[in-house]
Design a protein around this ligand. Structure first.
Ligand SMILES: [Zn+2]
Length: 84
């Protein structure tokens, strides 16, 4: 597991469960309660390779193999230039 933060050099981490957004092209998969180690200083999050592999596999199952996700949400989309 991570011992020193790549960004700030801090050595203290806290185990947390966070929301992870996997994106490939214009397709997304949002996964809740994903385990990670979060840097106590800068907040950078580190995920173990098997965790990311699992999410990637699920993404492919859903978007390529047609598996249905537990829940599907709609996300509003805006162009920054159009914001008032
Ligand atoms: Zn850090």
């Amino acid at each position: 597991m991570i011992e020193v933060c790549n960004f700030c050099g801090n050595k203290n981490f806290t185990a947390r469960q966070v929301q992870y957004i996997y994106r490939h092209g214009d397709k997304f998969l949002l996964v809740n309660n994903v385990p990670c180690q979060e840097c106590d200083y800068c907040g950078e999050q580190y995920f173990e390779a098997p965790v990311l592999k699992k999410i990637e596999q699920e993404f492919m199952d859903i978007h390529l193999a047609g598996k249905s996700a537990k829940t599907t949400i709609q996300i509003p989309v805006e162009e920054f230039a159009h914001l008032s």
